[in-house]
Design a protein around this ligand. Structure first.
Ligand SMILES: *[C@@H]1O[C@H](CO)[C@@H](O)[C@H](O)[C@H]1NC(C)=O
Ligand SMILES: *[C@@H]1O[C@H](CO)[C@@H](O)[C@H](O)[C@H]1NC(C)=O
Length: 481
C-alpha cells in the first residue's frame, strides 16, 4: 500500500475509536445557520515580513455569486489541459465555460464547452469537513470546436451522431448542442464529461494587508481513473478558481479567462521556462484537503547531490489544520528520469522510501498505535503523545498502511508564480487510494503546488540513508532491497 494515501485508512480507524474527527452537521441549512472558520496554518517561510500575513476565513454555507476563473492552465488526470470560467447567479442558475487545449501551456485551443444548469447547496459535508454538499441539475451543454484538427480528434472519441446531428458536418467556430434535457447523455459520457465537481464546494476568503482580499472557489476533485470520473462523488478538491473581482495581482490569465467566450477561448501567454533545481526546502501554501478525508501540510527537503529527500507530513483532524493528529517523517532516495512525454515541462522521477518515523500528536492516535501487535508498528506499547518512533525496524506500520521499503513513480513540475517565486507541483495520488508503484500508474496531474522556502543546504537527516543498503543510480533504480 502507498503510505501517503493509506493513511486515510488510519483516519477511519481513528474515527472508529470515537474521536470527534468528523463533525456531524446539524442538517440542511436554514437561513440563519452561519459560521466561519479561520484556517490557521501558515507556512513559516512564505512570509518574509509579518505585515505580509494573511487572514483566511471560510463561510459555511459559502456564497457562490459572481464569476470565478482559472489563474493558470489547469491539468486534469489523463491528462487534460483546460481553463474555466464559472458564473453563479443569485437565482441559483450557473453558466460554466470550459476551454480545452491540446498543450500543457493552454496555447492551442481545441474545443470549448458551455454548460448551463442550477445548483442547490444542501448541507455541511459529513465526509469532508469544511466543505458544503450541493446538488446540480444540467439544462444545456453546448460545444464549439476550434479547428479541423480538434474535430478530427473528437471524431475518434465521440459517436458520429453526437454533435447536433452529425460530427462530420461540424464547422469550427460554430455552436452545437451536445446535451439538452430532451437528449440523452451518451455524448457527454463519451467525452468523459461530468459536473460532479459541483457536489462539493468551499469558498475561502484571504484578507491581505492594505485592505484587499482574494476569494477562492474550491470544487470537488476529478477521479484519476478515467473510467470512474463520471460517477465519482468527490471528497477532495481541485485547484481553486479565483473570484474575478477578488484575485491575486497581477493575474494576466484571470483577465483573459474572464473575457473569454465559447467562440473566443483564451490563448494563454507562453510562461517562461523555469530551469530550477529541486534542491532545498518546499512547503505547502495552505492546509490541504485530500480525497478520503485527510487534512495535512507537507514539508519536503531535497538534496540533489546525495539524491536524498525527506518529507514531513503533518496530519490534522480539521480543515483549518489547527488540531494535529499525527506526523510522519519519511526519507529515502530519488532519481530524476526523462522529461514527461505527456506534459511538457514536467519530469519523471522515481522515489524510494526507506525510512518512516511517526509521532502521535493526540491521545486517541497514540492509543490506536499502542494497541498494535508487536512487530507490526514500531516498538509495541512504546507510543506516547509527542514521542517519535521509527517504523523502519518493523518494515512500516500495518495499521497506517505503511510498508517499507516502498517505491513510487512520480511526475514533478516547477513553475513560477505571479511574483516569479518558484512553485513545485508533485503528482496527484491515485483517487482509489492505491499507490503509483508501477510506471503505468505514474500520475498525469498534480497536487496543490508547494512554495520554495530556502535553498540553503538544509541537510536531509543522515539516518535516512543507513537503513537499507540500496544503491540508486542517477537514472535507474536498482531494486536491491
Ligand atoms: C455570517 O456572520 C457574519 C458575522 O456574524 C457576517 O458578517 C456574515 O455576512 C455572515 N455570512 C452569511 C453567509 O450570512
Ligand atoms: C502504551 O502502553 C504502555 C504499556 O501498556 C503504557 O505504559 C502507555 O501509557 C501507553 N500509552 C498510551 C498513550 O496509552
Amino acid at each position: 500500500h502507498c503510505f501517503l494515501t493509506a493513511l486515510s485508512f488510519a483516519a477511519l480507524l481513528v474515527v472508529g475509536t470515537g474521536t470527534k474527527l468528523w463533525e456531524v452537521p446539524t442538517g440542511p441549512f436554514t437561513s440563519s445557520s452561519n459560521f466561519s472558520e479561520n484556517p490557521q496554518w501558515e507556512p513559516h517561510c512564505q512570509y518574509r515580513n509579518v505585515q505580509d500575513r494573511v487572514r483566511i476565513t471560510a463561510d459555511i454555507p459559502p456564497r457562490l455569486d459572481g464569476t470565478w476563473v482559472s489563474t493558470s492552465c489547469e491539468v486534469r488526470p489523463s491528462p487534460e489541459f483546460l481553463t474555466r470560467s464559472y458564473t453563479f447567479h443569485p437565482n441559483r442558475h450557473f453558466q460554466a465555460l470550459q476551454h480545452y487545449y491540446t498543450d500543457s501551456g493552454c496555447e492551442d485551443p481545441s474545443y470549448s464547452l458551455i454548460i448551463r444548469g442550477k445548483i442547490r447547496l444542501r448541507q455541511a459535508s459529513w465526509i469532508t469537513r469544511g466543505g458544503t454538499e450541493a446538488e446540480h441539475h444540467l439544462t444545456k451543454v453546448g460545444i464549439v470546436v476550434h479547428s479541423l484538427a480538434a474535430k478530427q480528434r473528437l471524431s475518434s472519441r465521440l459517436p458520429s451522431t453526437c454533435v447536433g446531428l452529425n460530427l462530420g458536418q461540424v464547422v469550427p467556430g460554430k455552436f452545437y448542442e451536445l446535451y439538452s434535457t430532451r437528449a440523452g447523455r451518451g455524448c457527454l459520457a463519451a467525452l468523459g464529461f461530468s459536473m460532479m465537481e459541483m457536489s462539493l464546494v468551499r469558498v475561502e476568503t484571504q484578507y491581505h494587508n492594505h485592505g484587499w482580499k482574494v476569494q477562492e472557489l474550491f470544487l470537488g476533485d476529478i477521479h484519476t481513473d478515467w473510467t470512474q470520473r463520471i460517477q465519482y462523488k468527490p471528497t477532495g478538491y481541485q485547484q481553486p478558481l479565483q473570484n474575478a473581482m477578488h484575485h491575486i495581482h497581477p493575474c494576466p490569465v484571470c483577465a483573459l479567462v474572464y473575457r473569454s467566450t465559447e467562440q473566443r477561448p483564451p490563448v494563454l501567454p507562453r510562461s517562461p521556462v523555469a530551469h530550477l533545481s529541486l534542491g532545498g526546502q518546499w512547503v505547502s501554501q495552505h492546509c490541504e484537503t485530500r480525497p478520503n478525508v485527510l487534512f495535512l501540510t507537507r514539508d519536503f527537503t531535497f538534496d540533489p547531490h546525495q539524491h536524498a529527500w525527506e518529507g514531513i507530513y503533518r496530519h490534522y483532524s480539521d480543515p483549518a489544520c489547527s488540531q494535529p493528529t499525527f506526523t510522519l517523517r519519511a526519507s529515502g532516495h530519488y532519481a530524476q528520469g526523462n522529461p514527461s512525454v505527456k506534459i511538457s515541462g514536467a519530469s519523471e522521477f522515481v522515489f524510494k522510501v526507506t525510512q518512516v518515523r511517526a509521532t502521535a500528536m493526540e491521545v486517541p492516535t497514540a492509543k490506536l498505535l499502542n494497541s498494535t501487535k508487536p512487530g507490526k508498528c514500531g516498538q509495541a506499547r512504546g507510543w506516547e503523545v509527542g514521542v517519535e518512533q521509527d517504523l523502519t525496524p518493523t518494515d512500516g506500520c500495518t495499521v497506517l498502511g505503511i510498508k517499507l521499503p516502498h517505491k513510487e513513480y512520480e511526475l514533478f513540475k516547477i513553475e513560477l508564480d505571479h511574483r516569479k517565486h518558484p512553485l513545485l507541483f508533485i503528482g496527484e495520488r491515485p483517487t482509489d487510494g492505491s499507490s503509483p508503484d508501477r510506471p503505468l500508474r505514474r500520475p498525469t496531474s498534480f497536487q496543490a503546488p508547494m512554495v520554495f522556502c530556502s535553498g540553503r543546504s538544509t541537510q536531509v537527516s543522515r539516518s535516512g540513508f543507513k537503513s537499507k543498503q540500496c544503491i540508486l543510480l542517477t537514472l535507474t533504480v536498482a531494486a536491491c532491497c
